[in-house]
Design a protein around this ligand. Structure first.
Ligand SMILES: Nc1ncnc2c1ncn2[C@@H]1O[C@H](COP(=O)(O)OP(=O)(O)OP(=O)(O)O)[C@@H](O)[C@H]1O
Ligand SMILES: [Mg+2]
Length: 162
């Protein structure tokens, strides 16, 4: 994928993650974006998605789609939001059988954790977000500082970074 523009930000705590989510949610273009979330287990992909969806007005529980692969949320006054986690994804045929191709073809925000597990099935992402633990020794303990890199891969992605 061609990268058009990038931003790198420290996420010293979850509040910083929430602030990034809130800034992105302020862009009307987000409602038609596809965002890929990369990063190790426990990096904060679901946490970021939760803050993003809450900032968009989703109320109620936002579950990790680890088991269901996809969770969808109605968005007041707009198309549904689809949140994917392909971590346990094994059979590409499931993508067709579950109707995910149709979901990606329909309007609305799509967010995918572990998109590398569905490589070749997903459309190009507008925004690629990479979350990394700042200090490898602090990894996977649920706390500690992170660093995030946002990469715009389409003009829509560039708009989201503005
Ligand atoms: N700076 C931070 N940004 C995001 N989350 C943070 C931060 N600091 C601590 N956390 C915590 O780290 C945990 C991240 O867990 P989360 O489920 O979001 O990870 P994940 O990347 O979705 O993992 P998985 O690959 O298993 O789906 C949460 O408990 C969250 O509160
Ligand atoms: Mg997750």
């Amino acid at each position: 994928m061609t990268i058009l523009e990038t931003r790198s930000l420290p996420w010293p705590d979850e509040a910083a993650c929430a602030a990034t989510a809130q800034r992105l949610a302020a862009h009307p273009a987000l409602r038609r974006a596809f965002i890929e979330l990369h990063g190790p287990l426990g990096a904060g992909k679901t946490t970021f998605t939760r803050h993003l969806l809450q900032a968009l007005g989703v109320t109620g529980r936002i579950k990790s789609p680890t088991y269901a692969v996809m969770e969808q949320y109605p968005l007041p006054g707009g198309p549904a939001i689809s949140h994917f986690d392909f971590y346990r994804f094994e059979d590409p045929q499931e993508f067709e059988d579950a109707g995910f191709r149709d979901v990606f073809g329909a309007p609305g925000l799509k967010i995918a954790e572990w998109p590398e597990r569905a490589e070749g099935l997903l459309p190009p992402a507008d925004l690629r977000i990479d979350i990394a633990f700042d200090d490898i020794d602090d990894g996977e303990d649920g706390g500690g500082p992170r660093r995030v890199r946002l990469a715009a891969q389409t003009p829509l992605g560039v708009e989201l970074l503005s």
